[in-house]
Design a protein around this ligand. Structure first.
Ligand SMILES: C[S@@+](CC[C@H](N)C(=O)[O-])C[C@H]1O[C@@H](n2cnc3c(N)ncnc32)[C@H](O)[C@@H]1O
Length: 284
């Protein structure tokens, strides 16, 4: 429960909720009204603005990574993640999808694999994928693996780039992997170059920035992981982003979503297959 003094009037909540949805796709549920009010009050006191209307216009006309909208987004987005999240799905990725990609690439005479962690939060998903890929390839050094990790939260992307994780974040990770892939540093553990050399992290808004003309490196993705973010978007936004993913994947490329998420394949023509750990979507 939040302090009553943080209450936000319904009309003010609706204004900010709609602005957040228009710019980020995130639909803040009515049940989160008090939470949003609390965060808005926090930002109002940080900016010294006492009048709600003044704050709303300040928010609406702000831009850039240091702008007010971004700072509010850094507070309202949910960064919950962990290493090896949904291990069954990752096993399917490793045993079926990745091994298939490796065979196909070898047949094509290519050594290039591109994977996108499209809502990478604080980076654990991208690092997990780097470990899995490294374990799967017979001769990892002979491959050019590019993992792109992106997120709307600049705070999360800064943490990814710093790359230091406290010990408790590794509860899911077997001890041998921790020793093999991470160095002990002040404040926790940091990925060794064998992982970090594969990954780059960027600030990216799935609503605004998903345009391969403006961002050519998004093209020709072999696999896109977009897990546990569609749940925050309304259905039509989910379908619009899934259509973009379809364009950005190579033929036979795969899309993996979170367990509670799906694509309506009547609207976005992926082939859907059920594997242990959940549905996978393939471009034909
Ligand atoms: C719950 S985390 C999921 C992290 C990771 N994919 C996983 O499954 O463990 C959701 C992430 O989506 C990000 N996000 C929300 N809206 C976004 C948008 N429009 N563009 C990019 N990232 C977004 C949030 O900042 C947050 O880090």
């Amino acid at each position: 429960m939040f302090d009553k003094s943080n209450d936000i009037e319904l009309k003010d909540f609706l204004l900010i909720r709609d602005l957040i949805e228009a710019r980020s796709g995130i639909r803040v549920r009515d049940s989160r009204k008090d939470y949003l009010g609390y965060r808005v009050r926090e930002r109002m006191s940080a900016t010294g603005i006492v009048d709600f209307e003044e704050y709303y216009f300040f928010l609406k006309y702000s831009s850039g990574d240091a702008g007010e909208f971004q700072l509010l987004m850094n507070l309202v987005t949910v960064q919950e993640t962990c290493f090896y999240r949904n291990t069954d799905q990752l096993r399917s990725f490793q045993d079926i999808i990745l091994r298939g990609i490796v065979d196909r690439k070898k047949a094509e005479g290519s050594n290039h694999i591109k994977v996108w962690s499209a809502a990478s939060s604080t980076g654990e998903e991208a690092l997990t994928l780097a470990m899995i890929i490294n374990e799967t390839l017979d001769f990892p050094n002979a491959w050019r693996v590019e993992i792109l990790g992106t997120d709307i939260s600049t705070r999360a992307v800064d943490l990814c780039r710093k790359g230091i994780y406290p010990k408790e974040r590794f509860d899911n990770l077997p001890k041998d992997k921790l020793a093999k892939y991470f160095d002990v540093v002040e404040g926790g553990y940091r990925a060794k170059r064998i992982l970090s050399d594969m990954i780059s992290f960027e600030h990216f808004n799935l609503i605004k920035d998903i345009d391969s003309v403006r961002v050519p490196r998004l093209k020709n993705m072999d696999v896109i992981f977009c897990r546990n973010v569609f749940i925050y978007f309304p259905q039509e936004t989910q379908q619009a982003i899934a259509s973009k993913f379809l364009e950005l994947l190579v033929p036979e490329g795969h899309l993996l979503l979170g367990n509670a998420e799906s694509v309506d394949i009547r609207k976005v023509p992926f082939i859907m297959t059920f594997l242990p750990g959940g549905m996978i979507y393939q471009k034909v």
